[in-house]
Design a protein around this ligand. Structure first.
Ligand SMILES: [Zn+2]
Ligand SMILES: [Zn+2]
Length: 230
């Protein structure tokens, strides 16, 4: 019985394109001879010619991906475990700056033999298939990398993002960057409370909370509210 699976993109990729000899993601397990228990370590540097990842972050095209895998023959197929790791290039979701990073993709996948029970009782979406004793890791990595990479990547974990007032990157502007006038009403307030515009020290009131200046600002606030009502 052949399953009438609709055919996942990964399946079509491996059948339509055949073995991708130059990508290095295709593993030849012919030598396993379907002997359960046969195990092999595999360390390989593969080059992927397409971008692998999400909108904001991905392993860029033509980057080198390190494969550090263990292949184990089981009764139903070949179990592939290990990691694929490579450089990533992304755009910070807070400050929009490009940045580079690194991702480790953890793999645990069974590739079913063509005539195995697993192959016959699952759809293409449920289990990967071996084709002509070849394992194509590319669809596996494509599926797994989406889970490893952050949907909202950050250039640094504590990225301060952009100034909400002027849009400048806070990393460039510095920690003292700010806008004293955040609200037009406070602009009016400042002109009321200052005898000499431009030379007033806004810190004076705050350093002396019991100073008459504090109550003066309260008066100014009520005046400001009166103005709004007109
Ligand atoms: Zn950032
Ligand atoms: Zn700003």
């Amino acid at each position: 019985m052949m399953s009438a699976g609709s055919g996942s993109p990964s399946r079509q990729r491996s059948t339509n394109n055949g073995p991708v000899s130059d990508a290095g993601f295709v593993l030849d397990v012919r030598s396993f001879g379907r002997r359960p228990g046969t195990m092999r370590e595999l360390h390989r540097t593969a080059t992927e010619h397409e971008r692998l990842g999400l909108d904001l972050i991905a392993i860029p095209a033509n980057a080198e991906v390190e494969l550090d895998l263990q292949l184990q023959a089981v009764s139903e197929g070949v179990l592939v475990t290990g990691t694929a790791s490579g450089p990533t290039a992304g755009e910070c979701s807070r400050c929009l700056e490009p940045f580079t990073d690194h991702v480790d993709i953890h793999l645990t996948e069974l590739f079913a033999y063509p005539d195995s029970t697993t192959e016959q009782t699952t759809t293409d979406d449920e289990a990967y298939r071996m084709v002509d004793d070849l394992i194509d890791l590319e669809p596996v990595i494509l599926d797994a990398i989406g889970l490893e990479l952050p949907l909202q990547p950050l250039c640094t974990p504590d990225c301060a993002g952009l100034c909400p007032e002027c849009g400048v990157r806070m990393a460039i502007a510095g920690s003292d960057h700010g806008h004293e006038i955040l609200d037009p009403r406070w602009a009016k307030l400042a002109s009321f409370g200052s005898d000499a515009p431009g030379t007033g020290d806004p810190a004076e009131g705050s350093t002396n909370p019991n100073h008459p200046a504090a109550s003066a600002s309260d008066d100014a606030e009520s005046r400001s509210e009166n103005l709004e009502e007109k």
